[in-house]
Design a protein around this ligand. Structure first.
Ligand code: KG4
Ligand code: ZN
Length: 342
């Protein structure tokens, strides 16, 4: 019988618990926090409190959905970081309490490794190929934009990363400037489908190597709106779809150009995307088209695995557990980006 892993994710504003048996998903339960919407962004204090309320029912539900009992669990995998410290503390403390009471080992997981390794989660009746090592990952979320070389389940090398904003932040800040609410990425995505992506041009960063920069694109949008609103106070309302389409096109061009560059430089042809922004319809389409053109094998996550979820924490935990990499009860959460080699 394969190992049973309970995964717990609480790094930002989603409380999630999942159960895997080997690589097979038995359950994946998520509670999103609506409370942040009216503030236009995640409020850390409120996130911690909501995790505290959600975590027990979410874990209980994951155990029930999986059809197992707590004593069947072989290890508890939890997100150690990066993320909001108060949020991480809830998942970490819960995992510790459970580990002590069940006398089971704990595995600390890097949230970013989870996003990448989510491509190895298997679902009964949906057998699909997994990427082969070494592969490249374009990891794009609200907090990160990275190109990562993955040599095996435990070894990751960051080839490039953003030097300022993450691409998800650029989506969210764009939406904020356009008064589209939070989180903005999905709304920009929806409106962009109705607009002309070649109508407006925004500044593209000129950064060497495989690093990204998104703060300049955002500033370019800010000045563009300011100048046009000075001429026509209804400029945003009259052009909202074209603004979203053009801004999104700029971000996707930037993401894809560096990914193509990294693929050429490494010669690697198995490529995955992951993280919240990998839900973006234009990115998914462009990524697959680029793959066809360049002979890549592309791996696009199911929508439920793009957003933060505990199934990805459980799969990353499974591989660490198999390698004997459990952690002690003294492990503490880390808010900053964890070194991939740790
Ligand atoms: O991975 P994630 O759920 O949380 C972090 O770890 O950051 O990513 C959240 C980010 C937000 O910035 C959100 O606006 C963005 O993912 N996002 C999208 C889409 N869906 C979510 N961005 C563009 N298009 C989407 N469809
Ligand atoms: Zn994430």
């Amino acid at each position: 019988m394969s190992e049973i892993i309970l995964g717990i994710e609480s790094s930002c504003d989603d409380t999630s618990a999942a159960v895997l048996q080997g690589e097979y998903l038995l359950s994946n339960v998520m509670a999103s926090q609506e409370v942040h919407r009216k503030y236009g962004g995640v409020v850390p204090e409120l996130a911690s409190r909501a995790h505290q309320q959600n975590i027990l029912p979410v874990v209980n539900q994951a155990i029930a959905d999986a059809g197992i009992s707590l004593s069947d669990i072989d290890a508890i995998a939890y997100t150690r970081g990066p993320g909001l410290l108060g949020s991480l503390l809830v998942g970490t403390s819960f995992a510790k309490g459970l580990a002590i009471s069940l006398d089971k080992p704990m595995v600390d997981v890097n949230h970013l490794q989870g996003h990448i390794l989510s491509h190895f989660i298997k679902q009964k009746g949906k057998e699909e190929p997994s990427p082969a090592f070494p592969f490249l990952a374009l990891l794009v979320s609200g907090g990160h934009s990275q190109i990562v070389r993955v040599d095996d389940y435990l070894h990751f090398e960051v080839l490039g990363k953003t030097i300022d904003d993450a691409v998800g932040e650029a989506f969210d800040k764009c939406a904020k400037l356009l008064d589209l609410g939070y989180p903005g990425g999905p709304v920009v995505d929806r409106l962009a489908k109705l607009g002309d992506p070649s109508r407006f041009a925004f500044a593209k960063p000129q950064i060497s190597g495989f690093d990204y920069s998104f703060s300049g694109v955002k500033t370019s949008l800010l000045y563009f709106l300011r100048d046009n609103i000075a001429q026509n106070e209804n400029f945003i309302q009259e052009n909202i779809n074209d603004i979203c389409a053009s801004f999104q096109r700029t971000l996707i061009d930037v993401l894809m150009n560096k990914l193509v560059k990294a693929a050429k430089a490494t010669g690697i042809k198995d490529i995955v995307i992951g993280g919240g922004v990998s839900a973006n319809s234009e990115l998914r389409q462009r990524f697959v088209e680029e793959g066809v053109k360049r002979g890549w094998r592309t791996f696009v996550p199911e929508f439920k695995f793009t957003t933060d979820n505990a199934a990805m924490i459980a799969i990353a935990g499974l591989y660490k557990f198999r390698a004997g990499l459990t952690c002690g009860l003294d492990a503490s959460p880390v808010s900053r980006a964890l070194d991939f080699s740790k």
